[in-house]
Design a protein around this ligand. Structure first.
Ligand code: 48F
Length: 260
């Protein structure tokens, strides 16, 4: 090998990153938030041939998974979600009460890897701060770097898509951007209506209430509860994976319809 040139390292990072970024300005689907629901949706949609980009504000994708429950890094999963663990390729064990467990770190890492290997682009350190709306439809999102966007007068850039998924968990950040502008005022009046803990009801709610909350914007995972007022469920993660699978089905059907 030739002598390592520091400038070649820099050029390689800059050119490959910006090629990738340029390719992802226009998408079939933008997923905001790389938690379990957002990444499960990305895996399914990318596998089915859609151009999918995931935008995550933190350094590490994985959302609330890493810490399991109270920083004990085990994820609890119910029967219905076991096929999804097999699809992601992570090990699991039976536990009492008809439940199963998996290593939360393995599941978070497995979701990250499978998302990228399925063909989705996953960008970290990208914070969605607003939405693009044209003719009363969400057509994309407005993105800045966390810290820079929060502290300095630096303008954001925009990404477009036929469908946007709010997978930002308790924040429901994209829904809140619409609320701040009064665009959801007729339907939802509270800033956040997430209810107190009820694990069984919450797990069902995040799957049954996956929906297009505004034309062009779907909600999945915990942001379903934050948007429509479902109960929180604590450290059980099967509902998040099933919610991601459900939103992928609805978004795939909608995007196919738009292409006709
Ligand atoms: O919170 P998170 O894991 O959402 P989820 O997929 O799963 C919820 C569970 O982890 C847990 C639970 C289970 O019982 O209740 O909370 O619904 O992942 C959401 C991701 O979105 C990112 C955030 O950093 C996290 O990784 N996020 C939040 N706001 C933004 C964002 C934003 N404005 N822009 C980009 N990413």
């Amino acid at each position: 090998m030739d002598r390592l040139e520091e400038t070649t390292i820099s050029r390689t990072i800059i050119s490959t990153f910006h090629d990738k970024l340029l390719d992802r300005i226009v998408n079939d689907v933008l997923i905001v938030g790389a938690g379990p629901s957002g990444m499960m949706a990305a895996i399914r949609l990318a596998r089915d041939g859609f151009k999918v980009t995931v935008l995550e504000k933190r350094l590490s994708p994985g959302g609330g998974l890493w810490g399991g429950g109270m920083a004990m890094s085990q994820a609890v999963i119910q029967d219905e979600a076991l096929p999804l663990l097999d699809e992601i390729g992570v090990a699991h064990e039976s536990a009492s009460g008809g439940l199963h467990t998996t290593d939360a770190v393995e599941l978070a890492a497995g979701l990250c890897l499978k998302t990228v290997q399925s063909g989705a682009a996953l960008f970290n350190l990208m914070m969605v701060e607003d939405v693009c709306v044209q003719r009363e439809r969400v057509t994309g999102v407005v993105v800045n770097r966390p810290l820079i966007g929060e502290t300095l007068p630096v303008d954001p850039i925009m990404f477009s898509a036929n469908a946007v998924v709010d997978g930002t968990g308790h924040d429901a950040a994209v829904v809140q951007a619409l609320r701040r502008r009064g665009l959801l005022a007729d339907v939802f009046t509270d800033r956040s209506r997430e209810g107190p803990m009820d694990a069984a009801a919450g797990e069902a709610f995040v799957v049954e209430n996956v929906a297009e909350a505004f034309p062009g914007l779907w909600v999945s995972g915990m942001s379903v509860c934050a948007t429509f007022g479902g109960p929180r469920m604590g450290p059980i993660f099967g509902g998040m994976l099933l919610s991601g699978k459900r939103v992928a089905e609805l978004v795939a059907a909608a995007v196919k319809e738009m292409r006709k």
